[in-house]
Design a protein around this ligand. Structure first.
Ligand code: GDP
Ligand code: CA
Length: 318
């Protein structure tokens, strides 16, 4: 079975662990969000691709959910001693090596897709990890600070401001001119199932869908498309997804997120058992819905979630 997954960082990566466990024979292609990418200290950092790569490759900081395990921060403190920041972005020494290799290869002319493949040769994530695009796409968030409208990089909004101010708009800068990376459209066309893990619907899955051609390819693939809600009990399980959902006019409920994707894209949607009463609203929108436990507390729970997603995909397969 060929499975395509559109993934952000933590939510996507953790779900993928469960998917690999429930479908060990499957051929899994992950289309990763690169809208969070940022240049820091002259280095190209791809937080979501790295979270997937480290999580599946066994190099992740398990507690934190991002960054390398057993990390140290000598380089960061040396940089700070020179007065060189930003201090709000936590790049550890081990992590720095990844960004140095990536930046060096990009400088030598390799596209991001080839660089990602090279990095994965070390980590062996057990999936084919593709960036959504080789082109630069950068998510910016419009905010009002001291009565003035400003656009800040997504990382500045998320990490420095901790989404403490209202997001007025979320713009994937460069998306309109971007093209899907090599292999992206092909993998969708050849897929048996497409899954949306419980990743952020706006700044993770939404950004991937903003690359011209990807949404269309999924809608036209004629295979089951099943998603899992990142919203449980009317709030994100982790993080501040409610802030960016509000910016696109979507309520933070499992049903509203399903309607936001829409029946033109989604065939099936899983909500948590806490949101069982939302299922009727989702089904009225033309999307098959089941309520199952959706908390990725451990590998067993996550594996069961992935199994439910595949079962729902079989159910909606016409
Ligand atoms: P990010 O790029 O690191 O922010 O990660 P993603 O976009 O892939 O996933 C973030 C989303 O995952 C958040 O909106 C969370 O609500 C969601 N999430 C995290 N853990 C869980 C979980 O255990 N269950 C569910 N249903 N969603 C989760
Ligand atoms: Ca992210």
């Amino acid at each position: 079975m060929r499975i395509v997954v559109l993934a952000g960082g933590i939510g996507g990566a953790r779900f993928l662990r469960g998917l690999k466990a429930t479908a060990p024979e499957a051929d899994i292609t992950v289309i990763g969000n690169t809208g969070d990418d940022i240049h820091l200290f002259g280095l190209k950092v791809c937080p979501d691709l790295d979270t997937v790569m480290y999580t599946l490759g066994g190099g992740i900081d398990e507690e934190q959910g991002w960054g390398r395990s057993e990390e140290t921060f000598q380089v960061k403190s040396e940089l700070a001693a020179y007065g060189v920041g930003p201090e709000w972005f936590g790049l550890g020494d081990r992590d720095f090596a990844t960004h140095i290799v990536r930046t060096q290869m990009l400088g030598a002319g390799y596209p991001l897709s080839a660089v990602t493949e090279a990095l994965c040769a070390r980590w062996q994530p057990g999936v084919r990890l593709l960036p959504m695009s080789d082109d630069r796409v950068e998510t910016h968030v419009a905010v009002d600070i001291d009565g003035e409208r400003r656009a800040v990089h997504f990382q500045e909004y998320w990490v420095r401001l901790r989404a403490s101010v209202e997001a007025q708009a979320v713009v994937p800068v460069g998306a309109e001119q971007s093209t899907p990376a090599p292999g992206v459209l092909e993998s969708i066309a050849e897929a048996d199932v497409v899954l949306f893990p419980p990743s952020n619907p706006v700044v993770s899955v939404g950004t991937i869908l903003a690359v011209p051609g990807i949404r269309e390819a999924i809608a036209e693939a004629g295979v089951p498309v099943v998603g899992l809600s990142p919203i449980v009990g009317n709030a994100p399980v982790r993080g501040m997804a409610d802030k960016v959902l509000a910016a696109v006019g979507v309520e933070s409920t499992a049903a509203a997120v399903a309607r936001h994707y829409g029946s033109g894209l989604l065939d099936g949607w899983l909500v948590d058992t806490a949101d069982a009463e939302a299922a009727a609203e989702v089904e009225e929108a033309g999307i098959r819905c089941r309520a199952v436990p959706l908390m990725m507390t451990d590998l067993d729970a996550t594996t069961a979630m992935a199994n439910e997603a595949l079962a729902l995909a079989e159910e909606v397969r016409g």
